[in-house]
Design a binder for this molecule. Sequence first.
Ligand SMILES: [Zn+2]
Length: 116
Amino acid sequence: MPAAIEAIIVANNARSGPVEEISLEGELTKVRTELRTRQRETIMAIKPVPFEIEKTYPPRGPLQQYRLAQSAAFTCFRCGESKKSKLITLYGEDWSRRLCNGCYGRLLSIFVVKAG
Ligand SMILES: [Zn+2]
């Protein structure tokens, strides 16, 4: 058992009551806030283009497809699946709205039908 957990248990046994629970909750909140701040900093650091783009394809309506220099892991905003691919499609030039190749094909056919 890690020393920190043992210390908490000892502290709780020594002074049982709501005081320790409140301080533990406070520590957790501090850690969560710090993690969120770090995540935000990381996201800001990688914007606006988080990947090295090797090839930019002609845009099709709101869809813009890119080929990356290295395959990247991303979550498709339409189907919600985690993908790892060199091909990535953005909806409305928004890097937070990434599409997998399958969804790109589906949206493209819808777009072509609408346009035709
Ligand atoms: Zn998808």
